[in-house]
Design a protein around this ligand. Structure first.
Ligand code: GLN
Length: 505
């Protein structure tokens, strides 16, 4: 009885603690308040000189100094929240953040879903290329070239207008510029100040900016539509512009006097009514379906190719794991431990961005195409898991079977082929099916190298229409459809290998 009360008490305690945890992670806002309030500001600190991290992890940059100055003059506190640039507009729409400071250009399309402060910086997109590239001299010479851009940026939008170009999208600006340094892309379209700052600071040695600005843009501080803080931010910004603080910050980061800024944004903030009318959720999903299905096809190709190569390599390694020679056994084991013990994402980065950089540092020209890099990374990784499945499958067959086969006069290769392997395969199939499904989902990780598989296609659509819920729900459903299909195929295969045909399962 006492034990039962104890358990009940424990259960209540766990429940209570879970609720507390849940409550502490949710934030409830209780309407507009002005001074003394802490605003959550989104930023992506990979965009020097606007926002970046010091060696000790502190946020710094022109935008950060400006935001802090605005907060001080308008009397609110700031809490920065780091997030990817392409996630900011959805976060503002969902009101998980109060504003963002991220060198964000005021555009008509963005102004349909969020509201911008008055302009605080004059900017524009420029072309970056490698110093030794003589072919790219202006926008027209980008025709039929491979262009690197950061997802969801004005540079990415501009790249859509280049005839015949292959546009590769990366998650942030450093990755885009690294792809250019590695020779994976011919040119990058990015905000000019950012490229110039990178070249000047020595981090982007080997790059140059060609021709003049492709666009004229103004940065603004975005807030959710109808936000009560927009006015506060605008007032703070007006004050720092007037009292000389803005000019001080500008000189600190750029060493020159700031140019004249317009008081009003060239693009008016629009009312939110237009947005809800845009399209119904189902309409949005329907419209994006062909693109998503195209991505699903690429995901499938990638999975099948990597599984085939992974199974080939994995079977070999699995067999070597059982080899009598201890050295070979340890090599195979080392392989498995390394690829199983390090994140797949890190492996993808190492192969696509790291490997060419290392090879080039020895004076060779070498760049990996995305498909090759993705297939190599996925196959190497899945080979480690498949090796363990193969080893386990073979070891699970009782030694008596091999002895019996050999006493019947079968050679060891024949024993493996006709006795051990067919039985082991049946035991290996369920874990192999799991592996296939994991790999199918893991292909979404190669989006980081700009590979446009299913997930990336979804991200690209969201970067245009900002309807993250509908699009990611559709992406999830397509993945689910693919995994259900594969698990069906594997159970059929399993059944076909079963000598005692069962009706169930
Ligand atoms: N100014 C560009 C844009 O708004 C890029 C901003 C960024 O990458 N942080 O699209």
């Amino acid at each position: 009885m006492a034990g039962l009360t104890g358990i009940r008490w424990l259960r209540q305690l766990v429940l209570g603690l879970s609720c507390l945890l849940l409550l502490s992670t949710c934030s409830f806002s209780n309407g507009p308040t002005a001074g003394g309030k802490t605003l959550t500001i989104a930023t992506e600190p990979t965009y020097p000189p606007f926002e970046f991290q010091s060696a000790t992890g502190e946020l710094q940059g022109f935008d950060i100094d400006l935001m802090n100055a605005i907060a001080q003059s308008a009397g609110f506190q700031v809490k920065y929240q780091r997030m990817p640039f392409d996630g900011m507009i959805p976060a503002l729409q969902a009101q998980t953040v109060d504003a963002a400071v991220a060198a964000m250009t005021i555009t008509a399309q963005r102004a349909k879903t969020i509201s911008f402060s008055r302009p605080y910086f004059k900017s524009g997109v420029a072309i970056a290329t490698r110093i030794d590239n003589q072919n790219i001299t202006n926008f027209d010479s980008l025709k039929n070239k491979i262009i690197g851009v950061q997802i969801g940026t004005t540079g990415a939008q501009k790249a859509q207008n280049i005839p015949g170009a292959e546009v590769r999208t990366f998650n942030d600006s450093p990755l885009t510029l690294q792809a250019l340094l590695n020779g994976n892309v011919d040119a990058v379209l990015n905000d000019q100040v950012v490229i110039l700052y990178g070249i000047k600071s020595g981090n982007l040695k080997g790059l140059k900016v060609v021709s003049s600005l492709l666009t004229e843009e103004f940065y603004g501080i975005p807030t959710p539509k109808g936000s009560p803080y927009l006015q506060t931010i605008n007032q703070g910004l007006a004050t720092v512009l007037k009292n000389g603080t803005y000019s001080q910050i500008y000189q600190k980061w750029f060493g020159i006097q700031p140019p004249q800024l317009p008081e009003k944004s060239p693009i008016e903030n629009q009312t939110s009514e237009g947005v809800s009318e845009l399209l119904t959720s189902l309409g949005i999903i329907w419209k994006s379906l062909p693109v998503l299905l195209g991505g699903a096809l690429i995901t499938l190709q990638l999975t099948v190719l990597s599984v085939l190569l992974g199974t080939l390599a994995g079977s070999l390694i699995g067999i070597v794991r059982l080899h009598p020679a201890p050295f070979l056994r340890s090599c195979a084991r080392g392989y498995v431990e390394f690829f199983r013990g390090t994140p797949l994402l890190v492996q993808i980065f190492m192969i696509y961005f790291g490997l060419p950089a290392v090879v080039q540092s020895f004076g060779f020209t070498f760049s990996l195409n995305r498909l090759a890099a993705a297939v190599i990374a996925l196959s190497l990784n899945s080979a480690a898991y498949i090796a363990e499945i193969v080893r386990g499958g073979i070891q699970s067959i009782e030694p008596g079977q091999a002895e019996a086969a050999q006493s019947l006069g079968l050679s060891s290769v024949q024993t493996m082929r006709y006795v051990i392997f067919p039985q082991a395969l049946r035991r290996m199939l369920p874990p192999l099916g799991n592996q296939f499904i994991s790999l199918l989902k893991d292909t979404s990780l190669v989006a980081v190298i700009g590979f446009e598989e299913l997930f990336r296609k979804g991200q690209l659509i969201v970067a245009q229409n900002y309807r993250s819920f509908e699009i990611y729900a559709a992406v999830a459903l397509v993945y689910l459809f693919l995994t259900l299909l594969s698990s069906q195929a594997f159970s059929r295969w399993e059944r076909s290998l079963n000598p005692v045909k069962e009706k169930r399962n």
